[in-house]
Design a protein around this ligand. Sequence first.
Ligand SMILES: [Zn+2]
Length: 364
Amino acid sequence: MAGRTGTGHWSVASRCSRNNASPTSAGGRPTRPPAFLETPLTSVARQHEEVPRNHTGETRYLSGRDRIFQSDLARLSLAGLRDRGPAGRAQEVSSIEAAIRLQRLFDPEILRGSVSIIPVVNLPALYSYTEYTCPVDGKNINFTFPGDPNGTFSEALCHALVTEWAGDADCYIDLHGGDLRETVSKFVMFQRTGDTAGDTFRRSLAECFDADLVVGFAPPHMDAPGRPPTAFARLGRNAIMSEGGANGIVDEDSVAYHVGGVLNVARKLGMIDGPLSPPKRAQVLCHDYIWTPAPVDGLFYSEIKPFDAVREGDAIGEFRSLFGERLATLRAPATGYVLWRMTQPILREGAAVLAIAVPAAEPR
Ligand SMILES: [Zn+2]
């Protein structure tokens, strides 16, 4: 799996997987990447329309081999009928746009292995503008992995994604772009299991993304219902999850972040040639992710921004009534960095307001 060269299968949903293809596929042509794969990250997104199409000239959802292309289209249809899945929540548009652009960024003639892309997993939510949950069964797909073949729509979907669609994937990548009422730092998540070699490798996959924060969940998190990184780690497999975007707006910086991270993973897995693009952001390693609930019903007022540093106990915002009266002060639950915050101020008691990432003790 990890560390092999010359083969690969890969999923983006994003999932990234590698399978067996020769380093000189497609008629023995040399495996030199086209110029667009060596383009600086910030301009990759703008150049996607100039990317050469495959030899048939058709638009593809993934590259690699036709057989894989077709089977994955079938899976995409199946997912659309039964449930959609994991990755991108349906309104997290910067990550969806990244998945759309990535469809044209892998040239099958130079790719070793295969890449499968599902632009939107939670399709029932797409035109209903549903946040967080799947409208078919009300479940949050993000926390439903690894799913259950005999469960609800979302549970069956997650199970199919893990065992069928990405069943042979070396790496599953779940792209998130900030939901309709939130702004998120550029962060990436992986799961630590306690196996040093595996943890090191999963962290290195996460660090393919040029993130502010790299959150490696502690091993006890394996007992929690799961995000894809946790569910895959429990199976001894690899999944990472990226976040970057805000408020239902496609922003080029976030799109380039997701696109660049996925291309770096492909380089790391030996699926395309060229050195990894080095990070420009801090990639602060964190081991904990703390959700902060609203203490009362009310309107939230705060200047706090993603990736702001906070100390435990700091006043970081307040709740006011519809008459402008102060109802409660929100204090930082821990010392760390703001992963994300809600931007629409109207919040119910108990609803998540923001989350703090707690830096790992170990120095980078
Ligand atoms: Zn998200």
